[in-house]
Design a protein around this ligand. Structure first.
Ligand SMILES: [Zn+2]
Length: 259
């Protein structure tokens, strides 16, 4: 299906990743001609800023950077990393703070530092009047607790790569957050088939998290933003509505965040 008349916003893709070294421009052109009108780029750490900003400069009307320190990159030197984040926020207009949050899947060594980094960046979001793109893995409750107890009540954003339960989805929505739906929606046992039929379309945005989490039939391979149409179609099937409606509303939801 050709969505070229529709504008899809890719809300989360690491297109600066080295896996695109050989064919980055080609990969991006493919995305743009498949209907992707904007690609939002989450930052990871100071080492990813250079490549991300180069793309923002090369594609100023299509590729928009976020600024933040990813929880998996929170280590001993996190205060130095946060100073770099803050410095960039003072000199460039980013689309959001991201990706930030809690990750208790791989390593819990720096859980305290992760909390501190997340809360600090929530404050930066308030100061710069930006929304936040949340990475939460095996840490939904912890993340929600931090938001509820400490963050500005006006804080809003996206739970990127949402894969939780229906109760968790409802909690995120109650906190004024959107659910970022990606390739997991196409996975057998991904769990989103049990959630999406009960969620209002105004609460979701589309993303790939490229180069990770490619949708079926590319599962396990390199992901890229042109696969968003596969994700949109699967969301439409699960919600039993036309794919055009999914694209139109999720794009509107994304744009509303940035107002
Ligand atoms: Zn990501």
């Amino acid at each position: 299906m050709n969505h070229s008349s529709l504008q899809i916003i890719e809300t989360h893709a690491h297109i600066y990743d080295e896996t695109y070294l050989e064919d980055r421009d080609e990969m991006l052109e493919k995305a743009f001609s498949s209907g992707v009108s904007q690609i939002w780029m989450p930052n990871c750490a100071s080492e990813t800023i250079g490549g991300m900003m180069a793309l923002a400069e090369k594609y100023p009307n299509q590729c928009f950077p976020m600024m933040g320190l990813h929880p998996c990159y929170v280590k001993e030197d996190f205060e130095k990393e946060l100073a770099i984040v803050e410095d960039w926020l003072n000199k460039y207009k980013f689309i959001a703070i991201g990706e930030i949050g809690m990750d208790l899947y791989w390593d819990k060594t720096f859980v305290k530092q992760q909390e501190e980094a997340f809360l600090y960046q929530c404050q930066l979001a308030k100061k710069h009047n930006l929304w936040i793109d949340i990475h939460s893995r095996n840490a939904f409750l912890e993340t929600v607790n931090l938001i509820e107890k400490n963050a500005d009540p006006n804080l809003k954003g996206i739970f990127h790569c949402f894969t939780g339960t229906l109760e968790e989805a409802q909690k995120a929505i109650e906190l004024d957050f959107l659910l970022g739906i990606g390739g997991v929606v196409t996975f057998k046992n991904g769990g989103l088939d049990k959630i999406l039929p009960h969620i209002d379309l105004i609460s979701i945005v589309l993303e790939t998290d490229a180069p990770y989490l490619a949708p079926v039939p590319y599962r396990g391979k390199r992901n890229e933003p042109s696969y968003l149409s596969i994700i949109a179609q699967k969301v439409a099937d699960l919600m039993q509505i036309p794919v055009e409606k999914v694209i139109e509303q999720s794009t509107q939801n994304a744009l509303n965040l940035c107002q």
